[in-house]
Design a protein around this ligand. Structure first.
Ligand SMILES: [Zn+2]
Ligand SMILES: [Zn+2]
Length: 365
């Protein structure tokens, strides 16, 4: 009988290291494993080949003999028993198929946590209430009523393995590999082994976080099924809009409306900071749009030390209505306006050239 080449079967080079052989075997065995391909004879045949090849190539002595003899190599007479095969496979695949089907890990959960800019400034510890599935204590996660809720499976005599001996024993179809049958469901969890719960969890939000960042709370997702490990809780940070500040990285921007006289004469102006209001000096002759910077009064930086700055943008407010008295004052100011008080305007008019009133253009309001 012409045998297929073991190296070809596993898809590795003849010079493959033991690790490469094991890795190739893992991939193929997972794909063709009878548990994953129930009643597929073709997959079972492939699986038998894969195991035979691995059984030889994973043993240095057998591999050396195979390399010498090539197609004349014969496995040493006695075929492996199903249990020996199972051991070989479990050894290479780890616990993947050693686990019972109800030992699946718990699901990851997500929670959106909204924090204020002030909280970002200092960091904060918040308590959140998370609905999650927890292990049922009453039935110890088996789902069976504590009072005679489960009986050993008679199809597999409690072993959980398929009673029909095939190349590799698969899980017992009757009990799904559990080894027992539920006859009465737990009254706390309804037979699920887990039940809903609201958990109060403390979350430490570090200073400087931004919208979209995630904090991972290990094992605070849903508990696993049976002996499965719990999932994680991902806390998604959302920083609430602030009434006064806009954020650019670690810097904060705030618009500060001042009156024309304040901008022209200079004034002490009350401005907000993250930790409360303070007073700054707006220098005489400050134009609209000028940014006054308060160093180190922004947000903490997540990645390195220090804080950003607070940028205060001066906005000179022009009155849309004037009282008669105000109008008179502004008119007399207008009469005094000259090139020295408005050098930019003077230069601009000179650059345009021509004479006034060449043409008049009404801009509709
Ligand atoms: Zn229960
Ligand atoms: Zn069974």
């Amino acid at each position: 009988m012409a045998r297929r080449d073991y190296y070809n079967i596993l898809g590795v080079k003849r010079s493959a290291t033991p690790e490469e052989i094991k890795k190739a075997f893992r991939g193929l065995a997972l794909r063709y494993h009878p548990d994953r391909n129930p009643d597929d004879l073709d997959a079972e045949r492939r699986f038998r080949e894969i195991v035979e090849a691995y059984e030889c190539l994973s043993d240095p002595e057998k591999r050396a003999m195979y390399d010498r003899m090539g197609p004349f190599y014969k496995p040493d007479g006695r075929p492996l028993t199903p249990d020996e095969l199972g051991e070989l496979v479990t050894d290479a695949l780890g616990s993947l198929f050693g686990k019972k089907p109800d030992d699946r890990p718990g699901e990851d959960l997500r929670y959106t946590l909204t924090v204020t800019l002030e909280e970002v400034g200092e960091g904060v510890e918040r308590t959140i209430v998370v609905p999650r599935q927890v292990r049922c204590g009453r039935c110890k996660a088996t789902g069976a009523h504590p009072d005679g809720g489960r009986q050993p499976c008679d199809a597999c005599e409690g072993s959980g393995k398929s009673p029909t001996r095939r190349i590799f024993r698969t899980s017992c179809a009757r009990c799904d590999g559990r080894g027992y049958i539920l006859v009465k469901a737990c009254d706390r969890c309804g037979g699920e082994g887990r039940h809903g719960s609201e958990e109060h969890l403390k979350v430490r939000v570090p200073p400087g976080v931004a919208t979209g960042q995630k904090l991972k709370l290990r094992h605070k997702g849903n508990d696993g099924h049976g002996a499965g490990v719990p999932g994680d809780l991902l806390v998604l940070i959302e920083v609430a809009e602030h009434g006064l500040f806009r954020r650019r990285g670690a810097d904060l921007l705030c618009e500060v409306p001042v009156s024309f006289p304040e901008a022209a004469l200079g004034a002490r102006v009350r401005v907000p900071t993250l930790t409360g209001p303070t007073t700054i000096l707006v220098p005489p002759g400050t134009p609209s749009g000028k940014i006054l910077r308060l160093t180190g009064r922004g947000l903490p930086r997540l990645d390195r030390k220090g804080r950003g700055d607070l940028h205060l943008r001066v906005l000179v407010e022009i009155p849309s209505r004037l009282s008669a008295q105000q109008r008179a004052a502004v008119e007399s100011l207008s009469d005094l306006t000259d090139e020295r008080s408005h050098p930019l305007r003077a230069a601009y008019l000179e650059a345009i050239g021509g004479t006034a009133a060449d043409e008049s253009f009404e801009i509709p309001t």
